[in-house]
Design a protein around this ligand. Sequence first.
Ligand code: NAD
Length: 483
Amino acid sequence: MKAQHFIGNEWVPGAGGGTIDVIDPSDGAPFDQIARGNAVDIDVAVRAARAAVGPEFSGQWGRLSALERGRLLMRLSNAVLEQQEALAQLEARDTGKALKTARVDAIVLARYFEFYAGACDKLHGETLPFQSGYTVLTLREPHGVTGHIVPWNYPMQVFGRSVGAALAAGNACVVKPAEDGSLSLLRVAQIAAQVGFPPGVVNVVTGYGHEAGAALTAHSGVDHLSFTGSTATGKLVGHAAAERHCPLVLELGGKSPQIIFADADLDAALPAVVNAIAQNCGQTCSAGSRLLVERSVYEAVLEKLAVKFKSLRAGPPAMDLDMGPLVNQKQFAQVRAMLAQAQSDGITVMARGSVAAESPARGFYQEAVLLRDVPPGNALAQREVFGPVLAAMPFDDEAHALQLANGTDYGLCAGLWTRDGARQMRMARKLRCGQVFINNYGAGGGVELPFGGVKSSGFGREKGFEALLGFTTLKTIAIRHGV
Ligand code: NAD
């Protein structure tokens, strides 16, 4: 599959002939190449997808029953499970994530296909009460061709949740993976072809965001866009979609708070708090990157957390430690710059993890860092670091906790740790975000649970059954038949 796109169930060389080196984050050395796709490649892929759907859904894919779509998705799920180890190894090499994280990603990818396989033939419209002499019904129809722009932090999981739902709803997909996370998705597209998806249903075009990505967002043959990535790029995608009135879902960044009250079960809370920022080396949109602790237990919580942070180790994916390296030089420089800023702003480092001595010198390794007393207005409390950096601050009461929790431009997730049931519901209702986890965080990935943000974290929902609604358009049919 070296340096080629996967279009129409075939390996296709890029029209421009250019390539992009694939860098191994564990040692900074190139180990493969992907094709540098351009607008011509995107056009070829969109045409392939359009042909699969066919005019008025008359194509090989467009006319397939929901039951048959579900069976194909189930075959894909099983095939991914059979190849999970190879996919995980590929993902770990490409993105630097620890093998244990990559293995979970491969299993979750299969789980998304399984969930959406079962959902295909449960998606339906309604009949609506209307004036007498009429029958009114709604149909849930696919958009047609959907475009998917995928980030490098969880290529397989994001592919599963957005492409899985789009396929279940009956769309044909054109996927533009991130430059730093393309290899696994090319392979998954090939597996989809092998299990029987018709040509043109799952297409992957690799390349840079400003070239292949921008061409996908601007293509008039794309009927819906799904973007997961940075808030800044999300704005560009939103503008491009608005130019041609293309519906879209935007899954952007977050600065999600973990809120610990004095009555919390700390034995349950603290491992989850650590995992929420160490997982995938902090490169998770829903990372719990802010820690808000009730003042009476603030010192005790920080002392306990410091012990845990000091034990966190980063190293090459093959060592399978708590964290791998960061994904690339750009991300490494960004995290370092934000930590340097924290230092010059006088913010105290409460604890640091370590980097394994065996790690190659040119890899992008960043130890975990716990910062304390971060001023709420400081960049470390407001901006996404996208690295293993946790910003802690105390709060005085419920109102103060809410003010801090809601006091950023983001609104993706929140973790709430308290035994007080009434407070759980008061807080959950007032938190401005898309998901609230009470006495847990992340809910084990939550394939079934709608996910998405408010404010600068984006709009629209993926995951769960809700995603299927976004990947369809609703048609109302009013029939006047008389009484
Ligand atoms: P990015 O938003 O630039 O890239 C995400 C995807 O968008 C990639 O596939 C990229 O090729 C594509 N893209 C880039 N420019 C585009 C354009 N003009 N039109 C269409 N598509 C385009 O993210 P990045 O530069 O790889 O990472 C930078 C920051 O983004 C990170 O530091 C992090 O804060 C954030 N990020 C967030 C998530 C998330 O899940 N919320 C994921 C990855 C990165």
